[in-house]
Write a protein that binds this ligand. Structure first.
Ligand code: S3P
Length: 167
């Protein structure tokens, strides 16, 4: 059974996922990276050229593809992947879902340095956008989660240890 990492942008899904996969001897899959490889295009450019809806369809297609493989892996999702209804049952079927939780102010602090590569945060006031999106998404993250890990003030190593204790 795979381990699926969900959480808002800036919660550390990719960094934690890589380290966790290494510790567990599993492969690491980043769904954003899969989309970029398949499209041969950066996510920011996909948003710009084709729009968010096209990107969301690509996310669902990637998840469906993962369902066809039996390999156990640590899978890091994009921050918005759990929101789409069609993705929820697929994510559940893929494995145990771990929500990397942090509050809005922690996420805002972590996101301050890099909104360039994150089209969902472009334009307007960062704090306002994070609070609004998080407000829309948090219930979804919680509903899907088998395990919730508070990542605030924790190092990647500590987060991995906590996850490994829980699973
Ligand atoms: C998105 C999060 C991004 C990426 C895309 C959309 C979102 O992934 O999938 O820019 O809607 O929250 P990260 O959470 O890895 O930044």
């Amino acid at each position: 059974m795979s381990l699926i990492l969900e959480g808002f942008m800036g919660s550390g899904k990719s960094a934690v996922g890589k380290e966790l996969a290494k510790r567990l001897g599993l492969s690491f899959i980043d769904t954003d990276a899969l989309i970029e490889a398949k499209q041969d295009c950066r996510i920011a450019d996909i948003f710009e050229e084709s729009g968010e809806e096209a990107f969301r369809q690509m996310e669902t297609a990637v998840l469906q593809g993962l369902l066809l493989t039996d390999d156990e892996a640590v899978i890091s999702l994009g921050g918005g992947t759990p929101v789409r209804d069609a993705n929820q049952s697929i994510i559940k079927a893929l494995g145990r879902v771990i929500y990397l939780w942090a509050d809005a102010s922690t996420l805002i602090r972590r996101l301050e340095s890099g909104t360039e590569e994150r089209p969902m945060l472009k334009g307007g006031d960062l704090a306002h956008r994070v609070k609004k999106l998080l407000g829309e998404r948090e219930k979804r993250y919680m509903e899907l989660a088998d395990i919730v890990i508070d990542i605030q003030d924790e190092s990647i190593e500590e987060i991995c240890c906590r996850i490994m204790e829980e699973v």
